[in-house]
Design a protein around this ligand. Structure first.
Ligand SMILES: [Mg+2]
Length: 161
């Protein structure tokens, strides 16, 4: 397993079900925002997200938003979906994940992150030593830096999607 390997790959966050989490003893989820819960810098939630969040919480899964974005963006977003959050997480550095685990009083062993980027979300999880569930980005971003990252991600993922 490399630092760039996720524990599992899903198409959408809403494809992750309670059975999978129970079978794998996952009790806390650290959620990326851009392209995982919404479009990049968007405020439009992924279809079915509100119901999915409720389903998770009804089944005792703890949820916390962990994003590299600034507070002014993440705070209203987290409030909108009613979740605690860590902004400016500096993924792939483990600091934000560490903070979120502490905030939720969670156990690293029963915690996983959900995110759409290998070089931030997944790498950060592996550096911190927790599991990672990679989802397909909601909508691909414009801009060269994203294009470069997505190109290398594609190579790493090969035919996983
Ligand atoms: Mg993202």
């Amino acid at each position: 397993m490399s630092l760039f390997s996720s524990t599992a790959v899903f198409r959408r966050i809403t494809d992750i079900d309670i059975k999978y989490l129970n079978d794998n003893n996952i009790k806390t989820l650290l959620l990326d925002v851009d392209n995982t819960l919404s479009t990049h810098h968007g405020t439009v939630l992924v279809e079915g997200l509100t119901e999915w969040l409720k389903l998770m919480q009804d089944n005792g899964i703890s949820l916390v938003v962990v994003s590299n974005s600034k507070d002014w963006r993440i705070k209203p977003f987290a409030e909108k979906i009613g979740l605690p959050y860590v902004s400016l997480a500096c993924k792939p550095l483990p600091n934000g994940y560490r903070k979120a685990v502490k905030m939720m009083n969670a156990d690293k062993k029963t915690t996983a992150i959900i995110g759409d980027q290998i070089f931030t979300d997944v790498l950060g999880a592996n550096l911190y030593g927790i599991r990672s569930l990679l989802v397909r980005p909601v909508k691909l971003e414009d801009g060269w830096s994203f294009k470069v990252r997505r190109y290398f991600e594609k190579k790493l993922l090969k035919d996983k999607f």
